[in-house]
Design a protein around this ligand. Structure first.
Ligand code: 5GP
Ligand code: MG
Length: 175
């Protein structure tokens, strides 16, 4: 069994997304921007973020990256199981990710992206969780800093459960 402890409320998430959206809108004014959501975890964050930004030439796409290993950790092997479908050539790309933990998944994808010839690539993550970081990632827009713990809700799952919860919780295992 698991017990859930509230870490970030719905109100805090909404407030922070407004602030991120204001910065992103300012930085990308007049640009051709593609937001790339990393499935599945980032789907709710991306949906809220795109509705809060003011960018006329915004396009949206998704990738699905599978990391193999333990249920809640990253082994270091990453595969693209669904790639982007629109052209990134000469566009400004903003990667929208749920959590950066070890950094391995995003590091892999950032190395693949230049082949699509984007004009620029930046990273926006909802949660920066640095405890287990193995690869340094430069985060351009950071929602929250959570030092440790396994989080669920607002897109994040535990064995596919809890993605639908509107706030973010830490899982506490109880036996
Ligand atoms: P990384 O490659 O940075 O270690 O991990 C990337 C992915 O692992 C995240 O995008 C997320 O899908 C998953 N992940 C890392 N930490 C957590 C967590 O606390 N909760 C959940 N649900 N997923 C996590
Ligand atoms: Mg993810």
């Amino acid at each position: 069994m698991e017990r859930l402890k509230l870490v970030i409320s719905q109100e805090e998430i909404a407030k922070r997304i407004k602030e991120l959206a204001r910065d992103i809108s300012k930085d990308y004014q007049g640009r051709r921007v593609v937001f790339i959501g990393i499935l599945k975890g980032a789907f709710i964050f991306l949906a809220d973020l795109v509705r809060a930004v003011h960018l006329e030439q915004l396009e949206i796409d998704f990738v699905r990256l599978a990391s193999y290993g333990y249920a809640d950790a990253t082994s270091g092997e990453v595969k693209i199981t669904k790639d982007v479908e629109i052209s990134l050539k000469d566009k400004d790309v903003l990667i929208v990710e749920d959590i950066i933990d070890t950094g391995i998944t995003l590091d892999y994808y950032l190395k693949v992206l230049p082949r699509y010839e984007p004009r620029s690539v930046k990273v926006c993550c909802l949660i920066d969780k640095p405890e287990r970081r193995e690869v340094e990632i430069s985060i351009d827009y950071r929602g929250f800093y959570v030092p440790k713990g396994f989080l669920v809700g607002y897109g994040l799952d535990f064995a596919e459960k809890y993605r639908h919860l509107p706030a973010i919780y830490e899982i506490e295992r109880v036996s």
